[in-house]
Design a protein around this ligand. Structure first.
Ligand SMILES: Cc1cc2nc3c(=O)[nH]c(=O)nc-3n(C[C@H](O)[C@H](O)[C@H](O)COP(=O)(O)OP(=O)(O)OC[C@H]3O[C@@H](n4cnc5c(N)ncnc54)[C@H](O)[C@@H]3O)c2cc1C
Length: 622
């Protein structure tokens, strides 16, 4: 019997491999900036570890809201706000759909789902093409492009094209990181299967599978696994504090996810026994299944854990990976950069998650806390060089396999940080196409890259809007009322930073609306107005399995966001054109106009999604 294979080819400007939060943000940014982009994702859904297949909640620089005004904006916030609008009950299938629609409706973007990159061709210092197999169609795809981005999490494209990589930990002598071991080792953080349990309101029996492992209370003494809720759902703080008596604040912050039995358990983590955690993935999964059901058996049948009424609703079968290869780039981020809150001259992204380094043998290190947390104050930036693959001229690397030491990766791996890095890389890839250059060619246009990211609502600590094309920067700004100064909307920083509020806040909203005026001395030709509203970056809006984390959230759209507004362009006191927006739930609003001469831009806020005042962080006029 002959084997017939269907071979197809397609050419793009940019090919991105891996459709986790990193790859998605990269692909959307790249396509929006005009490059013909392809995204190759081996799963049927997007989101990687944040998808319904794995269900990890997205954390980022705010370290579970412990750091003020630090949450990520840009494309990630746009996706999370879209989800918040439509996904009242925190359903992961709806989140899959939100991501699916975002990707499938993006002009310039072709998505290959269920498609695995199996090989790559390179010539000298350039990736030439990748070979993929699409499971559902039995098609072998050969995809070519000028620029490639490795967002596989495992650094697979870099590995296939010979980019140097590392696994495990650097020794202290290499970067002089204070928390590094004296000698290098191959300790890695492990893979995990999560589960969701629900309270059925009546006793539920659990019959363990015959291959489930058996765990004792003694073995799990460092891993919280009992219901700590009062009947009204609130946390029994005293009981919880007693359990966490010896923990520092940062570790408590992590452990708090597990106050309730319903969300389990990031610490059911296995690292495997061999040198290569990727090669061992299937074996680790088999063991994890036995562990998850064994832990649940212990909780249900191994003493009083307050679990009588709890029932397993969902158990993952696709382990999430925390750590595998780390590819080497032009620069390698270190723990020192993080602790020093370093602001790099080529900063394009940032992070703030505490260095969160799990024990070497995961769950099997019964006599240790599952993670060591090395906390730090403030935020750090991530330089462009971390995303430029060493020894290649047209390959970006982003996500958890970007160029970082093991200890730096212990912070930079969280998906919020990966997502903003993805947006930076996607934007840079589109600039490579615009200038006909390789990855390093963008260094000559670093200011343009940074300013483009800020314009697209990304945050880079230490940087502000200096876009010479933004007409708003030359305007006189006034408002009908000011709790916080109207002129803040052109000060270049679109979020609160420490004591600097940086937003215009009105004093209530009158029935006829509250108005903000940007007046120009001369007539200007205007074709676009960009508005950045306040979604309250100190309130979580992420999807989570944890009822504790969900209970912390305000249901629905953030009440601080402006909902109904008009933008009016005026010339000599007369309106020449008006756009009305009703029902807004996004932070960044971009309004395009037929180019028109005017000398005043008026924003009239008619209503918010809940609060009494209008809040606007930035107005840009082009
Ligand atoms: C249990 C667990 C708990 C965690 N806790 C948190 C947390 O609370 N918050 C947080 O933010 N982060 C957390 N992390 C870390 C975070 O989830 C990872 O670092 C994440 O992988 C980073 O995103 P990424 O886009 O780099 O990779 P991924 O999310 O892994 O996405 C990569 C995607 O590429 C696809 N892919 C891989 N190879 C190929 C190929 N050859 N061809 C095509 N597609 C391919 C994969 O299927 C995947 O969908 C946790 C991780 C684990 C495992």
């Amino acid at each position: 019997m002959s084997v017939r294979s269907k071979n197809k080819e397609a050419a793009f400007d940019v090919v991105i491999v891996g459709g986790g939060m990193t790859g998605m943000c990269a692909a959307l940014a790249c396509a929006r900036h005009g490059a013909k982009t392809a995204l190759v994702q081996d799963r049927p859904v997007f989101g990687g570890n944040a998808s319904s297949e794995i269900r990890m909640h997205i954390c980022g620089a705010s370290s579970n809201m412990m750091k003020k005004d630090a949450e990520e904006t840009g494309i990630l916030r746009e996706l999370l706000l879209e989800n918040k609008k439509v996904n009242t009950y925190y359903n992961f299938s709806i989140w899959d759909r939100v991501l699916f629609t975002a990707m499938k409706t993006q002009p310039n973007l072709t998505v290959f789902l269920n498609t695995t990159m199996v090989d790559a061709d390179s010539e000298g210092r350039c990736v030439k093409g990748i070979h993929c197999y699409q499971l559902t169609t039995e098609i072998n795809w050969h995809l070519t492009a000028d620029i490639f981005c490795d967002c596989t999490g495992n650094g697979t494209l870099g590995f296939m094209t010979g980019v140097p990589f590392r696994t495990g930990s650097e020794g202290k002598e290499e970067f002089h990181e204070k928390d590094a071991p004296d000698k290098p080792n191959n300790d890695r953080m492990g893979n995990t299967l999560l589960f969701k349990a629900v309270d059925r309101g009546q006793p539920v029996e659990f019959i363990p599978p015959k291959d489930a492992y058996h765990f004792t209370e003694e073995q799990l003494r460092y891993r919280k696994h009992a219901d700590l809720r009062a009947p009204d759902g609130s946390i029994l703080e005293e009981k919880a504090d007693a359990i966490m008596d010896n923990l520092d604040e940062a570790t408590k912050n992590l452990v708090v996810d597990n106050y309730c039995l319903d969300y389990g358990y990031w610490w059911i983590e296995l690292t495997g026994e061999k040198a290569d955690i990727i090669e061992e993935y299937e074996d680790i999964r088999d063991e994890l299944v036995k562990c998850v059901y064994g832990i649940w058996d212990h909780i249900k049948n191994g003493g009083d854990h307050g679990a009588q009424n709890f029932d397993l609703q969902w158990v993952g079968m696709l382990p999430g990976m925390r750590e595998s290869r780390r590819l080497e780039g032009d620069y390698m981020l270190t723990e020192n950069d993080i602790f020093d809150n370093r602001i790099f001259p080529d900063a394009v992204a940032y992070g703030g998650w505490d260095c969160d380094n799990h024990v070497a043998h995961g769950l099997l290190d019964f006599d240790k806390m599952p993670s060591s947390i090395f906390p730090f104050k403030g935020l750090y930036t991530i330089p462009y060089g971390c995303y430029v693959a060493k020894e290649m001229d047209n390959l970006f690397i982003s996500g958890r396999s970007m160029s970082a030491s093991k200890l730096a990766m212990a912070s930079s791996r969280v998906m919020g940080t990966c997502a903003v890095g993805g947006q930076a890389v996607g934007t840079a890839a589109a600039m490579c196409i615009k200038y006909g250059c390789g990855t390093r060619g963008v260094k000559q246009h670093m200011t343009e890259l940074q300013q483009t990211l800020l314009k697209d609502d990304c945050y880079i600590p230490g940087y502000k809007n200096e876009d010479p094309l933004d007409l708003a920067r030359t305007a006189k700004v006034t408002a009908t009322s000011e709790k916080h100064a109207a002129v803040n909307v052109i000060n270049g920083v679109a979020r609160t930073v420490e004591e600097n509020i940086n937003c215009w806040q009105s004093n209530g909203i009158r029935p006829e609306g509250e108005e903000l005026y940007l007046s120009f001395e001369q007539h200007k030709k205007v074709s676009q107005v960009r508005l950045t509203f306040d979604p309250n970056l100190n309130a979580s809006i992420r999807l989570s399995l944890s009822s504790k984390r969900i209970a912390e959230q305000v249901p629905g759209v953030p009440p601080e966001l402006v909902k109904d507004f008009d933008v009016e362009l005026r010339k000599d006191g007369e309106a020449v054109t008006v756009k009305q927006v009703r029902g807004n739930y996004q932070r960044l609003n971009v309004l395009d106009f037929q180019p028109v001469e005017c000398d005043e831009v008026v924003l009239r806020v008619l209503a918010t999604n809940g609060i009494a005042d209008a809040r606007v962080y930035e107005v840009r006029v082009y």
